[in-house]
Design a protein around this ligand. Structure first.
Ligand code: ADP
Ligand code: MG
Length: 569
């Protein structure tokens, strides 16, 4: 072939291929889902580009995917008339992994295939999953808007390298042929493929078609003749955008498969919310909470956000403007009737409609989490363990929803014996002592340090619960959380601790007497410490330790000072 070159796969691709073939054997059929999903994405991308340039349709505007089988040759071909790829795009898209989090993913692999197959599921498999069932894959593609001689052929056996060559391809789009492995020939079967499509790809919004052979003329039950049916392409899926359908007609399975398509995730979502909003702003949102945090949750450049559609037309992936940062784990889509079709990221940035949509979506997610917390504590705990630390950014970022977010927080507590963050503020308030007005907490470097804080002693003695905060983000969180349900928060390591009505009169007297007895000690400590401290005071908060350091009520806590130091301030 013309202009043929051989390229090596990026190291990570080789690793991924190897891993996939050896760990996904129990889930082979997902290759078809991945390839159909890509074809649907390619159709979306073409529609979007054609908004500005109708000519890209080249008189072939009925976008679809066609799956065909050649039993004798043991091949399956998946062909679309979507956006296609140029030679450069082929080399990058089918030779490297562009995904963010790739480095983290590979650093987490253990070599234990059971564990790794879990990880790979989280990472997502995509195009390369073709090699689970094929020992040779041919991709023939031509980008929309290019001439027929700009076609490209990519061939690989999925080992170390691939070839690319120029070809002539009159039809726009991408055609992928899988040469099935010796022991995977069962897939070269129309019925088998049909059932896989209806299992995984029913929700795809363009027609997924398979060839139906001609039916010859035949006799009916009463001897009448039934006319022959010609062979034809037949749609095997519903081919309507899932989110436009009525909620009551969509099964959980369909929602789950759709999630995998929009999120490129492999695992099932934890939960979802599908809403149609009518009135001043009109939109449909379908929002999912994943079951696992992505590898790059803490990477600032991580791509996140919703898939944006305007009046059913795909506009962009990762539209960040519709979700606050503390909900960046949410996946899904938004279909707006109000935004213009030619909307760009810049227009979205500073836009009234965007703001309304963002508020609406934020509210939905918080409601969805509240519902989960209320109805399924176990599932909520799973969510919290994966994403709790992200949600803790909420009170600082989203003032108006502070109370709602606070209600969703979970803490470790002196009430329990483990570091598990399971206690809600409502649990805490429900257990408050008679006369207790504040929510007490302590922040430290770790759960262990919080748990053994000398400040806790008096609370233990009095049986008052204290929230134990040992995560890095906790100090930041607490500096933005002043009250919940009209109860204010009180750090037990800050300033003069007034236990208010919790102190009884007799103790107070005894304390005053005790203070008089050791007055001299205070003066001596003050002189010895000099400028290094602001003040030395008596405290009755300690029962076992002789002394402890406290931060000024209004100043930075010792934890915050450490945080600032770590940040180089
Ligand atoms: P993902 O779909 O998560 O981006 P994949 O591994 O499935 O990752 O695909 C890699 C890339 O290859 C896609 O992002 C896309 O750019 C390109 N690609 C794959 N299949 C097609 C197709 N049928 N038409 C056009 N481009 C495709
Ligand atoms: Mg894909």
């Amino acid at each position: 072939a013309a202009h043929q070159e051989t390229h090596g796969f990026q190291t990570e691709v080789k690793q991924l291929l190897n891993l996939m073939i050896h760990s996904l054997y129990s889930n082979k059929e997902i290759f078809l889902r991945e390839l159909v999903s890509n074809a649907a994405d390619a159709a979306d991308k073409l529609r979007f580009k054609a908004l500005e340039n109708d000519a890209l349709y080249e008189d072939d505007g009925e976008l679809n995917v066609k799956i065909s089988v050649d039993k004798e040759a043991s091949t399956i071909t998946i062909a679309d008339n979507g956006i296609g790829m140029t030679r450069d795009e082929v080399i990058t898209n089918l030779g490297t992994i562009a995904k963010s989090g790739t480095k983290d993913f590979f650093s987490k692999l253990s070599g234990d295939s059971a564990k790794d197959s879990q990880l790979i599921g989280q990472f997502g498999v995509g195009f390369y999953s073709a090699f689970i069932v094929a020992d040779k894959v041919t991709v023939r593609t031509r980008a929309a808007g290019e001439s027929a001689d700009q076609g490209v052929e990519w061939i690989s056996n999925g080992e170390g390298e691939f070839t690319v060559a120029d070809i002539n391809k009159p039809g726009r789009g991408t055609e992928i042929t899988l040469h099935l492995r010796e022991d995977e020939k069962e897939f070269a079967d129309t019925w088998r493929l049909r059932s896989i499509v209806s299992k995984y790809s029913d929700h795809i919004s363009i027609p997924v078609q398979m060839w139906k052979d001609e039916v010859p003329e035949r006799d009916g039950p009463d001897g009448e003749k039934i006319a022959a049916e010609p062979g034809q392409w037949e749609s095997v899926n519903k081919a309507t955008a899932l989110w436009t359908r009525d909620k009551s007609e969509i099964s959980d399975e369909e929602y789950k498969e759709f999630y995998k398509h929009v999120s490129h995730d492999f695992a099932d979502p934890l939960t979802w919310a599908h809403n149609k909003v009518e009135g001043k702003t009109e939109y449909t949102s379908l929002l999912y909470i994943p079951s696992k945090a992505p590898f790059d949750l803490w990477n600032r450049e991580q791509s996140h956000g919703l898939k944006l559609y305007v009046q059913r037309v795909f506009i962009m992936d990762d539209a960040e403007q519709f979700m606050p940062t503390y909900l960046r784990f949410v996946k899904g889509l938004l279909d707006s009737n109000d935004l213009p079709l030619n909307v760009s990221r810049e227009i979205l940035q500073d836009n009234k409609i965007t703001q309304a949509l963002r508020q609406g979506c934020t509210k939905r997610v918080l409601q969805m989490l509240e519902k989960m917390a209320k109805n399924d504590a176990e599932q909520y705990q799973k969510f919290w363990n994966e994403f709790g630390n992200v949600l803790k950014e909420g009170p600082a970022e989203d003032f108006s929803n502070r109370e709602k977010i606070a209600g969703l927080l979970r803490f470790a507590s002196s009430h329990n014996d483990s570091d598990a963050q399971t206690v809600s503020l409502d649990d805490y308030i429900g257990r408050m002592k008679e006369g207790q007005e504040k929510i007490y907490y302590v922040t430290a470097d770790s759960y262990q340090a919080a748990k053994t804080s000398p400040h806790l002693e008096i609370f233990r003695k009095k049986g008052i619960e204290v929230l134990l905060l040992g995560e890095r983000i906790d100090e930041w969180l607490m500096s933005h959380l002043t009250e919940y349900k009209e109860k204010s928060f009180q750090s037990i390591s800050k300033g003069n601790l007034d236990l208010g009505d919790l102190e009884d009169e007799d103790t107070k007297k005894a304390q005053e007497e005790a203070e008089k007895e050791v007055e001299g000690v205070l003066e001596r400590a003050k002189t010895a410490l000099g400028e290094r401290v602001e003040d030395v005071k008596f405290t009755h908060r300690l029962t076992d330790s002789p002394a402890c350091i406290v931060a000024d009520e209004h100043g930075m806590s010792t934890q915050m000072v450490k945080l600032m130091q770590a940040a180089g301030q």
